[in-house]
Design a protein around this ligand. Structure first.
Ligand code: ADP
Length: 211
């Protein structure tokens, strides 16, 4: 089964593009959603987080306090390593368990992993057959995230500065969806890639994928 890593900067339109692929029959695994699931009340990361950071890392409802943890790891690299040491292996094992189930069910033509930090993590490139980048200008990202999240320009820029640059992401892309235009511009691009991925999935993928 062809497996694709879909990535893009914050606000580039990953979710929107992934949903269009799902509507065409693709299997989707969204690693950001998994990160939220494991840090929701009763999630697999909650007990180890409390053991490492104390009960203050939780909100009253028992979910990880994302704002508090974001502020903590921003100023403390050791805390960042501890947090990632807890969450990343759990995200990886849930992701892999879902992939195993999807491959075994054999009901989808191909599988797309949505991985916001694919380029940054460095490990994903070898796990997928193709990398699909959702691309737009930085100014487009800024105005979308300001509108979606109610962030200031400075808040969006500080997130973007911790992500790969547009050029770094494009350098890793096998395929690109241009999302600078209106939403109507997306379905034809997704349809073209859907046809390509279905055709590729019809033959066994070469070991290690293609470059
Ligand atoms: P990501 O998942 O990459 O952060 P989203 O898919 O959530 O990005 O898109 C970011 C925001 O921009 C959302 O509010 C979305 O509805 C909006 N958006 C995405 N693509 C377009 C587009 N082509 N035109 C207008 N708004 C868009």
């Amino acid at each position: 089964m062809l497996e694709i890593g879909l990535t893009g900067g914050i606000g580039s339109g990953k979710t929107r593009v992934a949903d269009l692929f799902a509507a065409r029959g693709a299997a989707l695994i969204d690693t950001d959603l998994i990160a939220h699931e494991i840090t929701a009340p009763g999630g697999a990361a909650i007990a180890p987080l409390v053991a490492a950071f104390g009960p203050g890392c939780l909100r009253p409802d028992g979910a990880m306090d994302r704002d508090a943890m974001r502020a903590l790891v921003f100023s403390d690299p050791t805390a960042k390593a501890t947090l990632e040491g807890i969450t990343h292996p759990l995200i990886r094992s849930v992701t892999e368990a879902r992939a195993v189930a999807i491959r075994a069910a054999g009901q989808h033509p191909y599988l797309i992993y949505v991985v916001p930090l694919l380029v940054e993590s460095g490990k994903w490139r070898g796990r997928v057959g193709r990398v699909l980048v959702v691309d737009c200008h930085e100014e487009t990202q800024i105005s979308r995230v300001m509108a979606r999240n109610g962030f200031t320009r400075e808040q969006v820029l500080s997130i973007m500065h911790r992500q790969a640059t547009r050029a770094e992401r494009l350098a890793q892309a096998d395929d690109v969806v241009d999302n600078d235009g209106p939403p109507d511009a997306l379905p034809p691009q997704v349809a073209r890639l859907d046809a390509l991925y279905r055709a590729q999935g019809a033959v066994p993928a070469a070991p290690g994928g293609e470059e």
